[in-house]
Design a protein around this ligand. Structure first.
Ligand SMILES: [Zn+2]
Length: 304
């Protein structure tokens, strides 16, 4: 495999053994730093958010059509609270309830992501595929360490056995390297290929450290030597929020008329801030009244 090296966040799409398995290898360093900065997250929560975003983004790039999106919610009962990431085919955004949760390092010296997320709960996946009903899948969390939870989700809920590695290497509150790897055998994959991949899995267990040590193109060549790796595509990825004034208007309307009326009666207007990027949107009382009128008109229409 002779491929050009590039830096910056991106996902490499590879095939192995003439299509017997597909591989996604991601560098998500910059977008993880961006998310960390936006939420003023500490190292532990940055690691959790980075892992979740990388896993979600890998599902995002596998979506087929423009305008499709996937959101992954982790509710593990741990002190970080609920975590949400939303991705489309080339961008992701994420948030969590408590981005500054502190926990002691684990015995092996690593950040205790599993302790922060917890594992008494669920991973839920909603794919908006542009159809009337979204696809919804969920399963129990197995460790809260996130990579294993994604792997279990793929295997149990989507019947797609998968090898998943996710990692964020931090230095203080700085993201030194973040990334992930997904390997999925395709229908007809030979047992010998699966055995080879399982044998090699310790090579990419500590994925962020590996990515920090060598360019991802070199790593792919090294890890998959003899398995005929072919680079199919590369997708630049970034942190991007899709919030807008129109979306916030819809959120206000969806609160219900009683709650909206209460804010109008308060007379102070409403300031909404986006959970994913912190942008704020202010609505005056007059603007809220106009929204209310629109909501009433819409209600009237739906009763006809
Ligand atoms: Zn936003």
């Amino acid at each position: 495999m002779n491929i050009e090296r590039r830096t910056g966040d991106e996902i490499l799409h590879l095939s192995l053994m003439n299509g017997q398995a597909r591989v996604l290898l991601c560098d998500t360093t910059l977008l993880t730093q961006r998310c960390s900065d936006l939420h003023n997250a500490n190292a532990l929560c940055t690691a959790a958010l980075g892992r979740l975003m990388t896993g979600t983004l890998m599902m995002g790039v596998m979506l087929k059509g423009a305008g499709e999106s996937v959101s992954v919610t982790l509710k593990g009962g741990g002190p970080i609270g609920t975590m949400v990431a939303v991705a489309d085919c080339d961008s992701v955004r994420a948030c969590c309830d408590n981005p500054r949760v502190e926990l002691p390092l684990r015995a092996d010296g690593k950040l205790d992501v599993g302790g922060a997320v917890g594992h008494a709960g669920r991973i839920s996946v909603v794919k908006d595929l542009g159809m009337r009903e979204p696809y919804i899948g969920q399963c129990e969390l197995v460790s809260g360490e996130i990579a294993m939870d994604f792997a279990n989700y793929f295997t149990v809920s989507e019947q797609q056995p998968s090898l998943v590695a996710l990692g964020v290497l931090t230095g203080g509150e700085h993201v030194l390297r973040a990334g992930g790897l997904l390997i999925q055998p395709m229908p007809g994959c030979e047992e010998a290929t699966i055995e080879q991949l399982e044998l090699r899995s310790p090579m990419f267990a500590d994925i962020s450290r590996e990515l920090a040590a060598a360019p991802k193109e070199e790593l792919a060549e090294d890890w998959f030597r003899g398995l005929d790796p072919v680079l199919l595509d590369r997708t630049p990825v970034s942190y991007r929020c899709t919030c807008s004034r129109e979306r916030m208007e819809r959120a206000l309307i969806s609160m219900g008329r009683a709650d909206l009326q209460e804010i109008i009666d308060d007379g102070k207007g409403a300031e909404l801030s986006c959970h994913f990027c912190g942008s704020t949107y202010f609505f005056t009382t007059d603007e809220l009244k106009a929204l209310m009128a629109r909501a009433e008109k819409k209600d009237g229409e739906s009763h006809v």
